[in-house]
Design a protein around this ligand. Structure first.
Ligand code: ARG
Length: 462
């Protein structure tokens, strides 16, 4: 027998329609799982031998056969035939063709339902490691960039209006924090998904004495799923992983939006290296931030994958349903997209400079020091609400006269509050204010330097 008949088709009369073959196949998508399928099969076969369900010789034939198939696939020598539906059947069929009778014993006590759930958990487990590594590299790039700007002040924005002065480093470190949550979220996701479904069979386990803990141990799972019904029907981890990808994409898209704005002529805050800009086919002067725009847009595709994943789960009857086959496309796409976006973002962060001179020249526009002036009054004994009102009047007056708070004479200040003294000038101007932040986690140079040291240590251990 060169080719195994599909045994389940004994149940059905004749050949499936070509439409059926095309519509039900997932091989074109799930061939990416081949390594995990083979590793899972070897663990399963090992357990079958331990349980005396196959002989040591049969185990050896199965292992050797599977390893040979793995090499053929890796070297592009394997022919994927969609009539075998999915990677599980394609590999099993090839195994039987290669080793004969022993190959037919591999699927003992197993269903593709527990098999695919196992493969997918193993695949995501590895992708999590890769995503975490890419997140760490991006964090390191941010910290390195921040290190060059721990004294340089920029406007901090709320509602995209000038709010309070911040050092550039603290702005950059805010992304390191976001990415740290992404890292931890993936770690938590791994913790929850690292449970073996193998041995659950189609839905109810088996009448054969399978040792589920053995396969779980071999595959590095921390435990087994204790409900066979749930184990084959659970794709929570796919939705959760896709959410984690979506959240990272959201963070990258917010950075992208910032830098698209910051690199405009109107802002002129950052200059992204030419290697990461594109030009226009018509306008010769253009340096466009297309990569950032694509990151922003690709976030939409990742959200799409998340919504699709959740919708696939919604309303499915308990246990395995073929609906679940559709999970892989979304999980793969979300992961691939975010991995690519992380790589590109890291390259951009590593090749961007802040135009500190240009920023400094306009720093004292927009009353970035107004809040600090109100806090100065608080320290002089004025109630904050009253101080807020006094500074509001001062700002309105300055705005009319086209000048900053620091340009007011002492008498002009004192007309509004007798509590204002000559030392007020030490508390005005964006750079001076940034130097005066004392709050832990605040956006001044002192805190930024502490945070850079913290992150260098923390990320250095990864
Ligand atoms: N290709 C299927 C999937 O991805 C494998 C499981 C199919 N099981 C079944 N009984 N039809 O989910």
């Amino acid at each position: 027998m060169t080719e195994m008949e599909k045994s389940w088709e004994k149940r059905l009369a004749g050949e499936p329609d070509e439409l059926t073959v095309d519509f039900v196949e997932s091989l074109s998508m799930d061939k990416r799982l081949y390594k995990y399928d083979i590793v899972g099969s070897i663990a399963h076969a090992q357990m079958l031998a331990e349980q005396k369900l196959i002989t040591a010789d049969e185990l050896k034939q199965i292992k050797d056969g599977l390893i040979a198939i793995s090499q053929e696939i890796a070297e592009g020598r394997f022919t994927f035939d969609k009539k075998y539906e999915d990677i599980h059947m394609a590999i099993e069929t090839a195994l039987v063709a290669k080793i004969g009778e022993a190959g037919k014993k591999l699927h003992t006590g197993r269903s593709r339902n527990d098999q695919v759930a196992t493969d997918l958990r193993l695949w995501i487990r590895d992708r999590i490691e890769i995503l975490q590594a890419k997140i760490t590299l991006l964090q390191k790039a941010f910290v390195k960039l921040a290190d060059g700007y721990s004294e340089d002040v920029m406007p901090g924005y709320t509602h995209l209006q000038r709010a309070q002065p911040v050092v550039i480093a603290s702005y950059l470190l805010s992304f390191v924090e976001q990415l740290e949550r992404d890292f931890i979220r993936l770690k938590n996701c791994r913790g929850l998904l690292n449970i073996s479904p193998l041995g659950s069979g189609a839905i109810a386990g088996s009448t054969l004495p399978l040792d589920r803990k053995s396969t779980a141990r071999q595959l590095g799972f921390s435990d087994i799923g204790y409900s066979s019904i749930d184990a084959v029907g659970d794709r929570d981890f796919c939705a959760e992983f896709t959410f984690d990808c979506a959240m990272t994409a959201a963070h990258l898209s917010r950075l992208a939006e910032d830098w698209i704005i910051f690199s405009s002529n109107e802002f002129g805050f950052v200059r992204i290296d030419d290697a990461y800009c594109t030009s226009s086919s018509m306008m010769p002067q253009k340096r466009n931030p297309d990569l950032l725009e694509l990151i922003r847009a690709k976030t939409g595709s990742v959200y799409g994958a998340l919504v699709a994943m959740l919708t696939i789960l919604k309303g499915q009857p308990s246990g395995y349903n073929r609906d679940m086959q559709e999970d892989k496309g979304h999980v793969f796409a979300a992961s691939d997209t975010v991995e690519a976006c992380l790589d590109v973002t890291r390259a951009i962060v590593a090749h961007t400079k802040f135009n500190t001179k240009q920023m400094a020249a306009r720093l004292d526009e927009g009353f970035l020091d107004a809040t600090a002036l109100a806090e100065y009054l608080v320290r002089k004994g004025v109630a904050f609400r009253e101080a807020h009102g006094i500074v509001g009047l001062l700002v309105a007056e300055c705005e009319k006269r086209g000048k900053g708070l620091a340009a007011l004479a002492l008498e002009e200040f004192q007309k509004h509050s007798a509590s204002i003294e000559p030392d007020v000038y030490e508390h005005l101007g964006a750079v001076r204010v940034a130097g005066k932040y004392v709050t832990e986690g605040g956006a001044g140079p002192k805190q930024a330097k502490e945070q850079i040291a913290y992150w260098n240590k923390q990320l250095g251990q990864r």
